[in-house]
Design a protein around this ligand. Structure first.
Ligand SMILES: [Mg+2]
Ligand SMILES: [Zn+2]
Length: 192
């Protein structure tokens, strides 16, 4: 089984959160179809259209005390459409945009594999490609996350299944930036 790919991490945010105590609550976000409109194998700023409402949701989560972690399948790497370096540069650009919007992302965890369409070492049945829970479990280990009190927003059944298998109790399947239910849940979580 290949190891989990090294995540892209926001070092500044770790320092800012250094004084916190207790386990983190996290808003897990899928990327394609939740953060950026899914045009297929998006990997550059000029291909990026934001899903309406995503920055509002992210700001809201931060205010409610949640860290934000992106968990994304990137079969485009496996297929050779773009490489890890391109993906990392693009991910840092996404992190910068969220920063500017006042909604810092803690980290992006990704799966570069595909079980049958991958090239070379990327062609592998891994434990991280959703619906497997590997990305979420790795994040939980790295950041002392309480999965039980965290939440995931995704646009595919495989996102929901990965979260369920990881033990994330609250999951929202959304289309076209329909984040209202997730936002309501965050409001309740903040008050409770
Ligand atoms: Mg998606
Ligand atoms: Zn994988």
């Amino acid at each position: 089984m290949p190891p989990i790919a090294v995540p892209i991490v926001n070092r500044d945010l770790i320092d800012a959160d250094a004084s916190r105590t207790g386990p983190r609550r996290v808003l897990f976000l899928d990327r394609d179809g939740v953060i950026n409109v899914n045009h297929g194998y998006v990997h550059a700023p000029e291909q990026t259209d934001w899903v309406p409402g995503i920055f509002d949701l992210a700001r809201f989560a931060r205010k409610a005390g949640f860290a934000i972690v992106v968990v994304t399948n990137q079969a485009g790497i496996a297929r050779g459409y773009y490489d890890v370096g391109q993906f990392e540069r693009y991910t840092r650009w996404i992190h910068d945009q969220f920063e500017r919007e006042g909604a810092s992302l803690l980290a992006t965890y990704y799966c570069p594999h595909h079980p049958d369409a991958g090239i070379g070492d990327f062609r592998v049945a891994c434990a991280c490609r959703k619906p497997q829970p590997g990305l979420l479990l790795a994040a939980a280990r790295d950041w002392r996350i309480s999965l039980d009190s965290s939440v995931l927003v995704g646009d595919q059944p495989s996102d929901i299944e990965a979260a369920a298998r990881a033990g994330v109790r609250t999951r929202f399947l959304v289309a076209d930036g329909n984040f209202a239910a997730a936002q309501d849940w965050l409001t309740a979580a903040m008050e409770g």
